[in-house]
Design a protein around this ligand. Structure first.
Ligand code: BGC
Length: 425
């Protein structure tokens, strides 16, 4: 780990050597105000791109130079492959969108910078909720700055389409199935979905939470408890996944998530199950929450947490190190948190902000988060890399996608799931 502030580095040998080399190269040229930063991210859909460009604008307003490195692909799998090859080539980007245990995995490899000095100067200990602090620290040191709080277990709906089919907002999975059948009978696509492994996994974890409840979700998808994975509840989860497969249109395979959202926006489909980055698409299309679209908590109890962070990698050169400092400071600032999260569909990672200007969906998210923390029903998203290592997530996604695209029975899928997880651990 390398300290972004320079001087007195209690760091790994690798990081220290890299820094010494970096300072030697940068010595003749003092860093420009703001510095420069290359940011690797997968925020390429409409709302996402607007949000990231707000960060770029703020960074440039500080005198910094922004180098944008977007890698398209929802859920970030393509971006993570790109990151791995950049690090192996010894040329990491300065800042990378990362989450959950992956942050710890990269920190353990000794290739990330230490942000303790910025954290101290900006009082991050006070600004960050406990639930995010543990995600962005490694062995007691800050290695990332959290950007947002996304909720995954949302059901997005087009109210005009529901009204056309005489369907009410469902509050249980049985009601959802009944509503979906009614929509199908009217020739409306009940569920807009994109058949990509991370999207299949998003449906799956929302159903696990909804049918099993937070305690079951925790046992199965966080603790990876073999008995929970092989039990009756998991059979029911796969039964529901089979029902959902019957509610998507024939062209779902490979579709990007934002195109699925567009189907709800334009009335082609009634529902989408997706995290609240989908809200950025509704808002970008000029739609008004509560009127043109509904944000409904997916059936069940709890709150599935996903939070993006920016991890600063160990780069060489005073200009780049200055850029990392500027970026880390801006990201947790109130101005950035307000602008970015309004566009992105998320709520601030920074505690104590007044959300009066945020829309009703964001206010519901904040209220439900507070309730979930009190009721101990806040759970980390498996599909969005908050819960388990990437290898385990990959094994789960393979099984879920294989089941979704075949006629495999629920009992077979359950056995495959538990076996695949046991092998991946
Ligand atoms: C990220 C979001 C992003 C979404 C779709 C999630 O895993 O956390 O920031 O908008 O994927 O790409």
């Amino acid at each position: 780990m390398r300290k972004t502030t320079g001087g007195g580095f209690g760091v790994s040998c690798l990081g220290a050597l890299a820094l010494v080399a970096g300072l030697a190269i940068a010595a003749p040229k003092p860093a420009a105000a703001g510095g420069s930063v290359e940011v690797l991210h997968w925020w390429t859909a409409g709302g996402e791109a607007k949000a990231v460009s707000a960060l770029k604008d703020q960074f440039e307003a500080e005198g910094g130079t922004w180098i944008d490195s977007p890698v398209a692909g929802g859920g970030g799998d393509a971006a993570m492959t790109a990151l791995r090859s950049r690090v192996i080539a010894g040329n990491p980007p300065s800042a990378v969108q990362l989450k959950g245990p992956s942050i710890q995995e990269w920190a353990a490899e000794g290739v990330v910078a230490n942000l303790d000095d910025i954290a101290k100067a900006e009082n991050w200990d006070k600004l960050l909720p406990a639930l995010l602090k543990s995600v962005v620290t490694y062995e007691g040191h800050y290695v990332a700055v959290p950007v947002n709080i996304h909720r995954v277990d949302w059901l997005w709906a087009n109210p005009a389409v529901l009204a056309k089919a005489g369907v009410a907002v469902p509050t249980t999975w049985d009601e959802f199935n009944t509503a979906a059948e009614a929509l199908k009978a009217k020739g409306i696509i009940p569920l807009a979905h994109g058949g990509q492994p991370w999207q299949d996994a998003t449906l799956f974890e929302v159903v696990v939470l909804g049918l099993g409840g937070p305690a079951f979700y925790h046992k199965a998808l966080v603790e990876l408890d073999d008995a929970a994975l092989r039990g009756e509840t998991m059979v029911k989860v796969f039964d529901q996944m089979r029902r959902l497969r019957g509610f998507v249109d024939p062209n779902f395979s490979g579709r990007d998530w934002n195109l699925a959202t567009a189907m709800v926006i334009n009335g082609e489909a009634a529902f989408q199950i997706m995290g609240d980055w989908a809200k950025g698409e509704f808002l970008g299309a000029g739609k008004v929450p509560g009127k043109d679209f509904l944000c409904i908590a997916a059936p069940g109890k709890g709150f599935l947490l996903n939070s993006d962070s920016l991890v600063m990698f160990d780069v060489k050169g005073a200009d780049k190190i200055e850029g990392q400092k500027t970026l880390a400071r801006l990201v947790l600032g109130e101005k950035f948190q307000r602008t970015f999260n309004t566009l992105k569909g998320s709520i601030p990672a920074r505690q104590g902000m007044d959300l009066a200007d945020f829309d009703a969906c964001a206010q519901k998210s904040q209220a439900d988060l507070t309730k979930a923390i009190a009721a101990d029903s806040l759970e980390p998203s498996m599909a969005h890399e908050m819960a388990v290592p990437r290898s385990v997530r990959g094994a789960i996604m393979d099984v879920v996608t294989a089941h979704f695209n075949s006629s495999e029975s629920s009992a077979e899928a359950v056995a495959h799931l538990a076996d695949a997880i046991a092998r991946a651990r």
